[in-house]
Design a protein around this ligand. Structure first.
Ligand code: ADP
Ligand code: ADP
Length: 231
């Protein structure tokens, strides 16, 4: 479970101080699929970056699976991040001259898995995202939706407990966006907790719960609890 209490994040540039998050409190339970919406500049990406241990808060408490992770050093954060967290982004971030198999292999090599374990994981996640037949293709040979599915496979290969998605459908047409959303719903049903930032109100509604961030805070007015979208 992910639990933030009165998180603050400030950025100082010269004389200007920006409060990206203030008194930000939120709990995400094991197995939830939470969507995050809010105006541009409201703090959504800052929240995801802190949740994903890419950045540290200026103040407040962040607990991940009960462990206080508010003040970890870079090394401790990257170890926990590798162990528990997967990321997907609007821009896929695939390496253009590596085929799908090798793209998924990059973070697994970095983490020191042996060849047999890496191959097993890569074949499993390619099957999960429905792209087994494309393992030797380059990213440019795929549609945008397929490229995002590769990026999802790469995140899943680390077997993360939490999947954090920043506008994962932002570059996709509505059909491909729906397909990516359906894949995320399967992944959630298989047991991964998902937090997804999106501008798309239809996709936001399909999550178990939608959180609105306004001016760096969770807006209680917009807090709704919708039933799970899956039949
Ligand atoms: P959103 O994702 O909702 O668009 P962000 O979390 O990116 O919002 O940004 C929240 C606020 O923090 C904005 O005012 C933004 O300009 C500011 N901000 C974000 N990152 C930085 C940074 N590295 N340096 C200075 N200001 C930043
Ligand atoms: P569909 O019926 O739309 O094809 P499935 O439920 O069969 O979707 O799942 C699609 C892919 O997900 C398949 O490749 C399957 O191997 C994989 N899959 C299904 N259930 C699980 C699970 N519990 N854990 C891991 N992978 C799964």
């Amino acid at each position: 479970m992910l639990k933030m209490h009165n998180i603050r994040k400030s950025y100082r540039t010269d004389t200007i101080e920006t409060h990206a998050l203030r008194d930000f409190s939120l709990e995400v339970n094991e197995g939830e699929f939470v969507s995050v919406t809010g105006p541009s500049g409201s703090g959504k990406t800052t929240f995801l970056n802190i949740a994903g241990l890419l950045e540290t808060p200026t103040g407040g408490e962040y607990r991940l699976d009960g462990e206080d992770v508010s003040n970890l050093n870079d090394h401790q954060r990257s170890r926990l991040r590798n162990e528990k967290i997967g990321f997907i982004f609007q821009g896929f971030n695939l390496i253009p001259d590596l085929n799908l198999f090798d793209n998924i292999d990059v973070p697994l090599r970095y983490r020191g898995f042996n060849g047999k374990e890496r191959k097993k994981r890569i074949e499993k996640v390619l099957e999960q995202v429905g792209l087994s037949a494309r393992a030797k293709h380059l990213p440019a040979q795929l549609s945008g939706g397929q490229q995002q599915r590769v990026a999802i496979a790469r995140a899943l290969a680390g077997e993360p407990r939490f999947l954090l998605a920043d506008e994962p459908t932002g570059n996709l047409d509505s059909l491909m966006a729906r397909q990516v959303m359906e894949l995320l719903e399967f992944i959630n049903e298989w047991g991964t907790t998902i937090v997804m930032v999106t501008h798309d109100p239809d996709l936001a509604r399909r999550a178990h719960r939608n959180i609105q961030i306004v001016d760096g805070q969770v807006s209680d007015l917009h807090r709704t609890t919708a039933p799970a979208a899956a039949e």
